[in-house]
Design a protein around this ligand. Structure first.
Ligand code: PHE
Length: 454
């Protein structure tokens, strides 16, 4: 069994290992399922521009800050802050992160379950001959089923737990490294098919030709939340992963590569979805169902579509797992290191607790559709609260800590591997974490919550 005490922490085997693992965490349902429907709901290209601004001005600095904290301390987020700032309340970031992990994995597991359902439907080829309207009915009836979403959600959580139990190094990264490029190829094939559909142009314009009148406080708020969610930042996932990075690896390069890869995949997913949405007249109201309605429609228009669709859903499940394990790992690392619970027990307990919330998410259109808090069902509540509030709040505290609390020279030391690497952009990084990122997050936050109006 994998050991997980502090003296014998796993590390990622190679430079490519850490990039693959962090990219594995970042790239997942956030890019392929969430990004398209959130972009669709928030006006397309204008949203994309705000999103890109947040990735570069806030996302990369937060990610790098997490790596710094994680590698400097070799601990989970909670323990990391206690080590770096003893006696000060920064460890609250760790607590926030655990809360976010519970919420995110609850609804993430439900969507992971949907991907399993769709793999099974692909095997049976039940999409065959159905048009978009029929596929939408199919998706809705699956969602309101009282049993299937729950079973698949539990299965998805069980697989996540199994992988986490097997430890860091031996985990899934190894074969994800090989498989994720295949996913990329399939998405590119889908892109080509989608943009060559008659009527595709409108979709491309939707995604790339901004109508700035669509930008408002809520669009900006959604863009910030999506950037945090997609990059896996703000809850300590990358503090935890950072703690497994070798002292000789270049943190800044890793953060930039991972963020670029994540953003690239999200945009490619958008290019697959929107031309098809317009070409097939798919109703914008499908929301969370967008990819599940659109992709089977496109696959039907593709030579060898049956085969590609099967492969696609297998790979999507794997992409989702490389993300879900990184969320679970936050809770497990905390329980092992801070609560001294053995790794196996910690994993099982955390998975069971999160699955309870997850079942409630999976039933949000079924048995629990009447159960609403603040006017939204449970799934929607966790989905938006975690991404728009918990993650940015965590991110705000993380950059404030690295910018103001930790000490400039220590940050510089960690980033330059104790002076071994030249850090040309260090000044820019410090400027972003001290001023731009915290001010931007705070403003978006206050504006989005309606506390300040611009
Ligand atoms: N970034 C992951 C995705 O896009 C989800 C995630 C969020 C993972 C937060 C870890 C932390 O699918």
């Amino acid at each position: 069994m994998a050991q997980f005490d502090l003296s014998n922490r796993g590390t990622f085997g190679s430079k490519f290992g850490i990039i693959a693992a962090a990219a594995g965490s970042a790239i997942g349902l956030g890019n392929i399922w969430r990004f398209p429907y959130i972009t669709g709901q928030n006006g397309g290209a204008a949203f994309l521009i705000v999103y890109l601004f947040f990735v570069f001005a806030i996302g990369i600095p937060v990610m790098l800050s997490e790596f710094v904290i994680g590698r400097a301390t070799q601990r989970n987020p909670f323990g990391a802050f206690r080590k770096l700032a003893p006696g000060k309340p920064w460890w609250l970031v760790g607590v926030l992160g655990i809360g976010a992990a519970f919420m995110i994995l609850a609804f993430y597991g439900a969507v992971g379950g949907w991907t399993i359902e769709y793999l099974i439907q692909s095997i049976g080829n039940t999409f065959k001959g159905k048009d978009a309207a029929e596929l939408q009915i199919m998706f809705n009836s699956f969602l309101s089923d009282p049993v299937r979403p729950v079973i698949w959600q539990l299965l998805f959580m069980a697989i996540t737990a199994l992988i986490v139990l097997s430890g860091v190094e031996k985990g899934i990264e190894r074969f994800a490294k090989v498989l994720m490029p295949v996913l990329l190829v399939i998405i590119i094939i889908l892109d080509i098919r989608s943009v060559t559909l008659p009527g595709a142009r409108e979709g491309l314009e939707f995604l790339f030709k901004p109508d700035f009148s669509k930008i408002n406080a809520s669009v900006i708020f959604e863009a910030l939340g999506q950037a945090f969610f997609s990059l896996s930042i703000g809850m300590g996932t990358l503090i935890t992963y950072g703690s497994y990075i070798h002292k000789k690896d270049n943190l800044a390069n890793t953060a930039v590569i991972v963020s670029l890869a994540d953003t690239f995949i999200a945009i490619l997913a958008g290019i697959a979805i929107f031309p098809a949405v317009f070409a097939f007249n798919i109703a914008p109201a499908v929301e969370e169902g967008l990819v599940f309605v659109t992709l089977p429609t496109i696959f039907q228009q593709l030579p060898g579509g049956y085969f590609f669709m099967l492969l696609f859903f297998v790979l999507l499940i794997i992409a989702a797992l490389t993300s879900s394990i990184s969320v679970l790992e936050v809770v497990v690392a905390f329980s092992v290191e801070e609560l001294k619970i053995p790794r196996k027990k910690a994993t099982l307990l955390a998975t069971a607790a999160i699955s309870v919330l997850g079942v409630m998410c999976a039933l949000s259109w079924g048995g629990l559709s009447e159960f609403k808090i603040l006017g939204t069902h449970f799934f929607g509540l966790l989905n938006s609260t975690s991404t728009k509030i918990f993650l940015p709040l965590g991110g705000l505290l993380i950059v404030l800590f690295v910018g103001w609390g930790y000490g400039k020279s220590k940050v510089k030391n960690e980033l330059s591997n104790q002076g071994d690497l030249r850090s040309r952009l260090f000044k820019l990084f410090m400027f972003l974490v001290r001023f731009i990122a915290p001010i931007a997050i705070a403003l978006v936050f206050l504006n989005g919550l309606g506390i300040l109006k611009f």
